[in-house]
Design a protein around this ligand. Structure first.
Ligand code: FAD
Length: 311
């Protein structure tokens, strides 16, 4: 079921697309964002569907997280994506939220996700159009964290995002899109890339490939990740490991991944992962934990290392 979507620029100057609205609507309601030109995507058939064709699995950007978590094709071939979708937020949110909205969700920070009244007590930060990051005052950019669970899983499969930008259909690596999105999203309140994401394409796994997703959060339901991991090994590709909720985008861990198919013990791999994240993660103060405590969570990669031995 290939997507046929008109490569047309929308008729508004600066549209804000609404998938399920679960991330955007609370921000608008609390005047954290003030987007005016909303374009609702519900009912746009071209954004729906999950199918496999010619060695690629495609997921429409309008697919609900509930349907992604339960799709037999994804549970069998891209289990990390199905597990990440099933671990996102709460059942009520998963019934409404789309994968496109999950990937394009706002970055979060305890200084930004507050009422306008609360924020009046501090100078404007980068994310609200100012020139300081209250988290890391000497940082030249916003350090709010990107918490998408599904992005970590898509990144481990080297997924590509398909989108329409300035009327032109484009395709590129998911991590590239998330980095561009995160940079724009850290510039000023409500700033966003003027693109419509239409689908995600993932190479179908080779025989013997194994993968999975693990998320650690304060509560088992309705909570953002404090950390998440996606791991892929076996098959005919180099193993890959990605961590999320530790920086403004998912972080690849190539040095640790090199150990996954070798003789290293699980403890050695967990230690290597913690050391690599110590260098690559950019922790900030979060609602539940200080940055120092977050570093102790890097060891949770151990929860996925059983995949090394499964056949
Ligand atoms: C209580 C709560 C708990 C949550 N917990 C988690 C969690 O554990 N893990 C997690 O990953 N997320 C979590 N979230 C965020 C949640 O995943 C998102 O709210 C949801 O996935 C967003 O999907 P949506 O379709 O509702 O997006 P929307 O709210 O519709 O949109 C979100 C953003 O994406 C843009 N957008 C939407 N669709 C497209 C598109 N096709 N092309 C371009 N831009 C688009 C919108 O303009 C908006 O800026 C939580 C949210 C809440 C409210």
């Amino acid at each position: 079921m290939p997507v046929k979507i008109a490569a047309q620029a929308p008729q508004t100057q600066r549209p804000t697309y609404v998938g399920g609205g679960t991330d955007l609507m609370p921000l608008l309601k609390n005047h954290v964002r003030d987007d005016e030109e909303l374009v609702f995507l519900d009912g746009v058939e071209e954004l729906n569907g999950i199918w496999e064709e010619a060695g690629w699995i495609t997921i429409g950007a309008g697919e609900r997280l509930y349907d992604i978590a339960n799709a037999p094709l994804l549970r069998e071939k891209l289990p990390a994506v199905a597990q990440a979708a099933g671990a996102t937020a709460s059942p009520q949110i998963r019934n409404i939220a789309t994968i496109g909205g999950n990937i394009m969700q706002d970055r979060r920070c305890i200084y930004f996700n507050q009422s306008r009244y609360w924020r009046k007590g501090l100078p404007l930060c980068f994310k609200t159009g100012g020139a300081v990051c209250h988290q890391i005052p000497n940082s030249p950019v916003c350090r709010a964290i990107y918490y998408s669970d599904v992005a970590t899983a898509l990144a481990v499969y080297e997924a590509q995002a398909e989108y329409i930008e300035a009327g032109v259909k484009k395709r590129g690596p998911i991590l590239e899109l998330v980095k561009r999105h995160s940079q724009a999203n850290g510039l000023a309140c409500g700033e966003h890339l003027p693109i419509l994401v239409t689908s995600f394409r993932v190479p179908a796994p080779a025989a013997g490939e194994r993968s999975g997703f693990y998320k650690y959060a304060m509560r088992a339901t309705i909570d953002f990740p404090l950390i998440n991991f996606a791991l892929r090994c076996g098959g005919d590709r180099e193993a890959k490991l990605v961590a999320g909720a530790v920086a403004p985008w998912p972080v690849e861990l190539p040095e640790t991944a090199k150990l996954l198919n070798g003789p290293a013990t699980d403890d050695e791999i967990a230690a290597a992962c913690a050391a690599e994240l110590q260098r690559l993660a950019m922790p900030i103060k979060e609602a539940c934990i200080p940055p120092t405590l977050k570093r102790s969570l890097y060891q949770y990669v151990s929860c996925l290392l059983h995949l090394r031995r499964e056949v």
